[in-house]
Ligand binder design. Structure first.
Ligand code: MG
Length: 404
């Protein structure tokens, strides 16, 4: 089989309300690039990458010259073509590789009539559990609804998500307000949901000392882990030495070099595997094996997803035996999806792993066209600019935190 064409389409899909994260950054809508890889046997594979616009579309176009004629079954050769560590010293193509890998796995599964999880060792679970991913949210700029700012709003939002989707683990995205206020928020969640598990992730925005103070204050709660409270392996190592909660990261152990460094001099207990950041589903499975060997924890990370990326997360979650935590997904904040049948459904806090051939999802052509048009209309999203403080820069020392 041979690849005959690669097409990339950037889309933007609205969120219920803008999701705030550290240092003024926020997602106002999702911008994603959908990748289609055609073959000479008439089978098309699907991939997805975060961000997009002209740069992503051009990057995939640029890869075409190298990949037309490639056999999609040759996955290791594909990795070396795109990411050869010595020949491509000046190119960071890991995320591009991930999207093409997804598409090739989809093609192989469709050709063989088996799902990607069957292809990658077989499912050890039929459903993957997810955490409710709680964000502080700006109100929707059209309806004015959906704001999450006060403690009452946060607890109410969590009740609603639990009622709608059945979550029993809750992750609070912080780094928005002063850590003392976010500590009150976190404690309020622990009080409101005494049976459930919790996790806190301020995207590395706290100083090491703030992180230690926060961590020590929540030690008695039902914490899964303490995710990227401070920046860097060294900062996290100092936090870990002072706080009796497992640490987790999706920022400073995102490749094999960093994983090796963390094994030799531990900073992180739980590695959050992201099918895009690690360069595909297969590298995540390989990393899960290393973690199993050294008895590090793993979980499935979300960097924002539509249905194709979500399918990769589900297949990953299905095949790794050492997954002991609920996965993350931004998915429940989306208003729509670009796959046939609309958004996948949560049941008791989990989503069924697609069982159809390949990734098990198909593109809804009308939705793809509609959201590609919306992207053309609205353009990229300046996600690192705070709409409340548009001229503000994150490093102004006395104004680090937004006011609740
Ligand atoms: Mg994180």
């Amino acid at each position: 089989m041979k690849i005959t064409d690669i097409r990339a389409t950037t889309v933007t899909v609205p969120l219920e309300a803008p999701l705030r994260h550290s240092n003024g950054a926020h997602w106002g809508r999702f911008v994603r690039t959908i990748v289609e890889v055609d073959t000479d046997e008439g089978i098309t594979g699907l991939g997805e990458m975060g961000g997009g616009g002209e740069s992503a579309q051009a990057a995939f176009q640029g890869l075409k010259a190298y990949l037309v004629g490639h056999d999609p079954f040759q996955l290791e050769e594909l990795r070396f073509k795109i990411c050869n560590p010595t020949a491509s010293l000046y190119n960071n193509r890991t995320q591009l590789h991930a999207a093409i890998e997804f598409a090739c796995l989809d093609i192989i599964g469709k050709k063989l009539g088996i799902s990607v999880s069957q292809l990658l060792g077989g499912s050890v679970r039929e459903r993957v559990s997810f955490a409710s991913y709680l964000f502080f949210r700006h109100p929707n700029d059209q309806s004015g609804e959906g704001e999450v700012r006060t403690i009452d709003q946060l607890v109410e939002h969590c009740h609603q998500l639990k009622k709608d989707h059945g979550f029993t683990t809750h992750k609070l995205k912080g780094g928005v307000f002063h850590p003392d206020y976010e500590l009150e928020c976190y404690r309020a969640l622990a009080d409101a949901f005494p049976e459930d598990r919790l996790r806190y992730d301020p995207n590395g925005a706290l100083s090491v000392e703030e992180a230690i103070r926060f961590g020590q204050a929540i030690e008695g709660l039902r914490n899964d882990y303490f995710e990227d409270p401070a920046w860097g392996l060294n900062g996290m190592r100092r936090v870990r030495s002072m706080v009796r909660i497992p640490t987790a990261t999706n920022t400073v152990v995102v490749n094999f070099e960093q994983l090796a460094a963390n094994v030799l001099d531990p900073s992180i207990d739980v590695i959050l595997l992201d099918t895009t950041f690690w360069g595909g589903i297969r590298p995540c499975i390989k990393a899960a094996g290393v973690c199993e060997t050294f008895q590090l924890g793993i979980a499935v990370h979300s960097s924002g997803e539509l249905g194709i990326q979500l399918a990769t997360m589900l297949h990953l979650g299905a095949v790794v035996p050492n997954l002991a935590f609920a996965a993350d997904a931004h998915y429940h904040h989306l208003t729509d999806d670009i796959i046939v049948g609309g958004k996948m459904h949560y049941e008791n806090g989990s989503i069924r792993v697609p069982s159809g051939p390949g990734l098990g999802v198909e593109l809804d052509r009308d939705k793809l066209a509609r959201y590609a048009e919306l992207y053309q209309e609205l353009g990229g999203y300046p996600y690192d600019r705070d709409p409340v403080r548009p001229d503000w820069f994150p490093l102004v020392p006395n104004e680090r935190w937004a006011k609740p």
